[in-house]
Design a protein around this ligand. Structure first.
Ligand code: ATP
Length: 272
């Protein structure tokens, strides 16, 4: 079953093409990494899926609805963790979680249990203003998990988490995906996601330049398989001088195997 369908979507801000002709689908229970450097268009894609901004061109379906439509009822079935979480510093963790549970019209007791899941159990009655960055990030995650969302959009979710909490975080996310939640994880780097996400979408300057499983991408980039340490080279690579940027070629921006192979000879890029 398809959770998200993005068809030839572009988003322009003035003279900036934040997203150009992107097309892809996310299936139920898929865990997908959306990778790209600063300004690649990752957050814009998430905002489009949330209906916070509207496409300049193309169409989007999320859980069978158009997020740009007035009544986007599917929003209640979405969880979103923004890159920079911001909460009322005067509320406690528990009060914050209760506030979001009421907004989503979900049971308060269940929402409070999520504070334990993200390791905030001992701090629930402390004011958020006294939380460390990592604790605020975990509170953001607990908020995103309210109501067992069918689609989780997580923008740089592990920023500020120590290795142990990252491990706990990914275990919780993987459990949700196994139960049918579609998870889109946005990051600059693939390193920590590479063994976790079943599929990787790479964006570069608003253009989708790669989409596939890690093994497929490694094969197309002619990198050794089974070695996580080599893979980041694919992400760090830039277009060599004179190599046409996909946006200027007039060709399809969707990643065909042929164009992938063509690019991979020169190395796939997602550089800004
Ligand atoms: P980062 O990793 O730095 O968060 P990103 O991949 O999430 O980057 P976006 O935030 O989607 O990238 O931005 C894509 C492009 O669109 C950038 O050039 C950015 O400056 C531009 N942009 C995003 N939002 C706006 C806006 N509201 N007004 C004007 N330009 C914008």
């Amino acid at each position: 079953m398809t959770t998200v369908r993005i068809t030839d979507v572009s988003k322009r801000y003035g003279r900036i093409d934040a997203v150009s002709g992107a097309s892809f689908e996310l299936g139920q229970g898929e865990m997908v990494a959306l990778i790209g450097h600063n300004g690649a268009g990752k957050t814009t894609l998430m905002k489009l899926m949330l209906g916070l901004v509207h496409p300049t061109h193309g169409s989007i379906q999320v859980l069978g609805e158009d997020p740009a439509a007035g009544q986007f009822s599917a929003r209640r079935r979405l969880g979103y963790l923004p890159e920079n979480v911001s909460f009322d510093a005067t509320l406690t963790g528990r009060e914050t979680q209760r506030f979001y549970a009421r907004l989503k019209q979900e049971p308060i007791a269940k929402a409070e249990q999520l504070l334990d899941v993200v390791g905030l159990g001992a701090a629930v009655d402390r004011r958020v203003g006294t939380y460390s960055k990592g604790m605020r990030q975990r509170l953001g995650l607990a908020q995103a998990l309210i109501g067992r969302p069918q689609l989780l959009l997580l923008d740089e979710p592990t920023t500020g988490l120590d290795p142990e909490l990252r491990q706990t975080f990914y275990e919780a996310i993987q459990r949700l995906a196994a139960e049918g939640t579609t998870v889109l994880l946005c990051s600059h780097a693939l390193t920590e996601l590479e063994e976790r996400a079943g599929r990787v979408i790479i964006m570069n300057r608003g253009v989708k330049v790669a989409d596939g499983s890690l093994d497929e991408l490694r094969r197309l980039a002619q990198l050794p398989t089974g070695s996580g340490s080599k893979y980041p080279a694919l992400l760090k690579a830039r277009y060599p001088p004179g190599y046409p940027h996909p946006r200027h070629t007039g060709g399809s921006t969707a990643t065909s195997s042929r164009s992938m192979r063509h690019r991979s000879k020169r190395s796939i890029c997602c550089g800004a």
